[in-house]
Design a protein around this ligand. Structure first.
Ligand SMILES: C[C@@]1(CC(=O)O)c2cc3[nH]c(cc4nc(cc5[nH]c(cc(n2)[C@H]1CCC(=O)O)[C@@](C)(CC(=O)O)[C@@H]5CCC(=O)O)C(CC(=O)O)=C4CCC(=O)O)c(CCC(=O)O)c3CC(=O)O
Ligand SMILES: NC(=O)C1=CN([C@@H]2O[C@H](COP(=O)(O)OP(=O)(O)OC[C@H]3O[C@@H](n4cnc5c(N)ncnc54)[C@H](O)[C@@H]3O)[C@@H](O)[C@H]2O)C=CC1
Length: 231
């Protein structure tokens, strides 16, 4: 009987039927500043630890709720002074949260949080991605450069593989080079030059990358000496 009903549906509808949740495949990639946002991580295992590592820049606003913590997570929270509520999760723990990470191994708790979370909260549901409204992408970071990869839950293993191959392609000096691009752009923006020259300079430093610190210094000197300021 079930197969008879499923045969008439497309693959997303079949998944919705099986999981019992509405699947919306529209996700917008964004880079968030979570300063002053309340973050609650529920659970104290490996997944909670992975999320905490990503959320550490906002550690002052994080509460971890879990009756127990894995050893490595315990060390991490001690090192960074992250607030830990040693208890099983109740609604009062997340009723004011802006971002909730559900990372327990208890299906009843996971469902309870989903049903009682504030409607305005962003939810990452580690047990069932579609039940939440944000996914954590895998990221590559080289200084100011951040690349986020997501397969939309299709295969975290593929995302990991892509990360490795992309990382291998980035030159070692990239972090330093991107700092150079940043400084060069700030300087170029201040120069009293035509829009066309500004554009040309900005393109030039990308098309002909200057990786060595010494050459970058020479480039800065040249830029200051040439009369472009009075273009
Ligand atoms: C949707 C997403 C949502 C989110 O959680 O934000 C999600 C969801 C789920 N993952 C599951 C399982 C696994 N996840 C990993 C690994 C990683 N998972 C990550 C991200 C994401 N995982 C988000 C989408 C990213 C994307 O699609 O590209 C990485 C990239 C980043 C990170 O987690 O930090 C991290 C890299 C590891 C690293 O860097 O070390 C492994 C492999 C491993 O551990 O090595 C397995 C086992 C193999 C397998 O099952 O495929 C399950 C089933 C859980 C269950 O069976 O109960 C769900 C739930 C579901 O699919 O509904
Ligand atoms: N998104 C992802 O990348 C992945 C997601 N998962 C899913 O994430 C969940 C967690 O995975 P792990 O961290 O490996 O599990 P784990 O078993 O290592 O940790 C579970 C934690 O939840 C805590 N917990 C249990 N009941 C609780 C309650 N009522 N309130 C608060 N905390 C409670 C436990 O104390 C424990 O610290 C699993 O359900 C699994 O399905 C698993 C692997 C990858």
């Amino acid at each position: 009987m079930i197969f008879c009903q499923l045969a008439c549906l497309d693959s997303i509808s079949i998944l919705q039927y099986i999981l019992g949740v509405e699947i919306n495949m529209n996700y917008l990639p964004l880079f968030l500043n979570l300063q002053n946002k309340q973050i609650v991580i529920i659970g104290g295992g490996q997944v909670a630890e992975r999320r905490l590592i990503r959320l550490l820049p906002f550690k002052e606003n994080i509460t971890i709720v879990s009756p127990a913590l894995d050893k490595s997570l315990r060390q991490l929270i001690e090192l960074h002074n992250v607030y830990w509520l040693q208890t099983t999760c109740q609604q009062e723990h997340f009723k004011k949260a802006d971002l909730i990470v559900i990372a327990t191994n208890d299906p009843i708790t996971n469902q309870y949080v989903l049903e009682n979370a504030p409607t305005s909260a962003w939810i990452n549901a580690a047990h069932q991605a579609e039940a939440g409204n944000i996914h954590f992408p895998i990221t590559i970071q080289k200084g100011k450069l951040q690349i986020a990869i997501s397969t939309g839950g299709a295969s975290p293993i593929l995302a990991k593989k892509l990360k490795k191959s992309l990382e291998a392609e980035l030159p070692d000096q990239y972090e330093q080079y991107i700092d150079f691009l940043f400084e060069a752009r700030q300087l170029i923006k201040q120069l009293n030059i035509s829009v066309a020259t500004r554009k040309q300079l900005l393109h030039e430093i990308v098309e002909k990358p200057i990786y060595s610190k010494k050459d970058q210094q020479v480039w800065f000197e040249k830029l200051k000496k040439t009369n472009v300021m009075h273009d």
